[in-house]
Design a protein around this ligand. Structure first.
Ligand code: HEM
Length: 497
């Protein structure tokens, strides 16, 4: 009798599983229509592709594998459990996406960053519209070219700090650059008066990296998706602690600014008073109007500070390693810089900015290699790409890594080749083939800011130091935080010129 009951139970369970598998396959088939992609496994879809994640170094490799695996074309699909992901790397489809006023919402995948950031970078809908208006106003009004002294001074401090490393030994330059760029970002966007580069106990940069890596880890492990499971996991607890420290940094900026504004109220001659308003000033008004707590305000400014500093720091670290590896390119850049400044140590001025075409080409080639390898948008209304229906509710996975290495558009897709950006070569490429800052209403607002930082920092370093390295191009492996970065950091040596 007991045996019979067992068999009936077993039959029922098998029947339910079979029904589920058939139903699921039919559902997937109906949704994905004729978008090509790899075959799926019940429950998991294609998420087993992400299975071999072991440590944070693997993220870059998995992203590359994912985009390489999409051999099904520049419009293809993948199932992450029940979620349909449509990969896109075809310039014509990208034009449709970035010109659309509809495809502006971020995918649910960005929700995993919600405990550290809730600003313009991660938000969607009405909230994004309000925040983006503030950001546009700041970047429009805040005439950064009038604040070149901030960029010049921080670059000068960087070179002073680097002096101690000028002993012929190899060292990782990344953290020095991160600190310098964080310093500039906080001074320009939050009017900070502290010198972040000289702070000894700063863990902000490491904490931001830890939070980003743990968020990616969660993304790749679908059993960690439910909040109540993640909160109690080791990774969840580590992320919470690191997020608290990052938000603490934002709170310090807020308090510092408040104290200063109080001082200004009592005196009209306080040095450093900045007009027009900074990003932080606008965000303080925004928070006041909505009764946000200081912690919520910190979350609303953190993503802009991270988006601004981490990206540019990664790009410049990458750039310095490339200049160290390719001495002929470094020489060309140095000659260009020397022609402008001679042997003087005068600061960079506005008139110098447009006289650096070689440096600009090198930076663009760097961004082709290391910009964010993907972005993900949510499909909220019917969409057709290449005559294929993209279902509402799916995510568009925009494969910048693949686009930037497509041999159809790049003569040297896997090499470091700044001539890709010679005017005659740029002219020959179709639009929407180079999108490090993406395009459209949600394009990166910090492009100009990033170029100014790069020009001043790199030229200031090159005027004083020659950069060399023992790393060879074939030894480079990429890992990922927001951008693709050199696994193990940019190891260089500096010699005084
Ligand atoms: C090398 C430098 C940089 C690169 C490659 C870069 C790239 C990008 C990309 C690809 C996006 C779109 C992300 C998405 O839609 O998921 C983005 C958005 C954004 N970036 Fe940048 N960025 C850089 C520097 C900066 C700087 C310096 C700032 C500001 C200080 C900044 C602020 C932002 C903000 C606020 C957004 C969100 C815009 C929105 O969603 O409306 N970025 N960036």
């Amino acid at each position: 009798m007991r045996e019979q009951t067992m068999i009936t139970w077993l039959q029922t369970i098998i029947a339910i599983i079979l029904l589920y598998v058939v139903f699921e396959k039919l559902r997937q088939w109906r949704l994905e229509g004729n978008i090509p992609g790899p075959s799926t496994v019940p429950f998991f879809g294609n998420s087993l592709i992400l299975w071999d994640y072991k440590n944070t170094q693997d993220i870059g490799r998995i992203v590359m594998k994912l985009q390489g695996l999409m051999e099904y074309g520049n419009l293809c699909r993948l199932w992450l459990g029940h979620h349909l992901i449509v990969g896109v790397a075809d310039p014509k489809s990208l034009e449709v996406i970035f010109k659309s006023n509809e495809l502006l919402n971020k995918s649910f995948l960005y929700d995993f960053a919600n405990d550290i950031a809730s600003g313009v970078f991660v938000s969607s809908g009405e909230k994004w519209k309000v925040l983006r208006k503030i950001v546009n106003k700041v970047f429009h009004n805040n005439n950064m070219e009038n604040q070149l002294n901030v960029f010049n001074n921080s670059s000068k401090v960087l070179c002073q700090v680097l002096e101690s490393k000028c002993d012929g030994k190899s060292f990782k330059i990344d953290n020095f650059l991160h600190r310098c760029i964080l310093d500039i970002t906080c001074k320009i966007l939050a009017s900070s008066r502290n010198d972040i580069q000289l702070k000894k106990d700063l863990t902000y940069i490491e904490d931001v990296h830890l939070v980003a890596h743990l968020s990616f880890e969660r993304l790749l492990r679908i059993w960690l998706y439910p909040d109540f499971i993640y909160k109690h996991s080791t990774s969840g607890k580590m992320k919470q602690a690191a997020s608290n420290r990052v938000l603490g940094f934002g709170l310090e900026l807020i308090n510092e600014r408040r104290e200063f504004l109080n001082e200004v109220e009592n005196s009209i001659t306080v040095e450093g008073y900045s007009n027009p308003k900074t990003f932080l000033d606008y965000m303080m008004d925004y928070a006041k109007a909505r009764n946000l707590t200081d912690l919520e305000l910190s979350m609303s400014i953190t993503d802009l500070i991270v988006a601004g500093s981490d990206t540019t720091a990664c790009a410049i670290s990458y750039m310095l390693l490339m200049l160290a590896m390719y001495q002929d390119i470094q020489e060309q850049v140095y000659e260009e810089v020397h022609e402008i400044f001679g042997d003087s140590d005068r600061p960079m001025e506005l008139k110098d900015m447009n006289r650096m075409p070689v440096l600009e080409r090198v930076y663009m080639e760097v961004l082709r290699h290391c910009c964010p390898p993907h972005i993900v948008r949510r499909v909220d209304s019917p969409l057709y790409l290449q005559d294929k229906r993209i279902p509402v509710g799916s995510s568009l996975y925009i494969m910048l890594y693949r686009l930037h290495r497509d041999p159809e558009y790049w003569s040297h897709p896997n090499s470091f080749y700044p001539d890709h950006f010679l005017p005659e070569n740029v002219q020959q490429r179709p639009k929407y083939t180079f999108l490090p800052f993406v395009s459209g209403l949600r394009a990166c607002p910090g492009q100009r800011f990033s170029f100014i930082m790069m020009k001043i920092i790199v030229s200031t370093i090159l005027r004083q130091y020659k950069i060399t390295t023992s790393v060879r191009p074939s030894e480079i492996k990429l890992s990922m935080t927001l951008m693709l970065e050199i696994s193990g950091g940019s190891n260089v040596q500096l010699t005084r010129r």
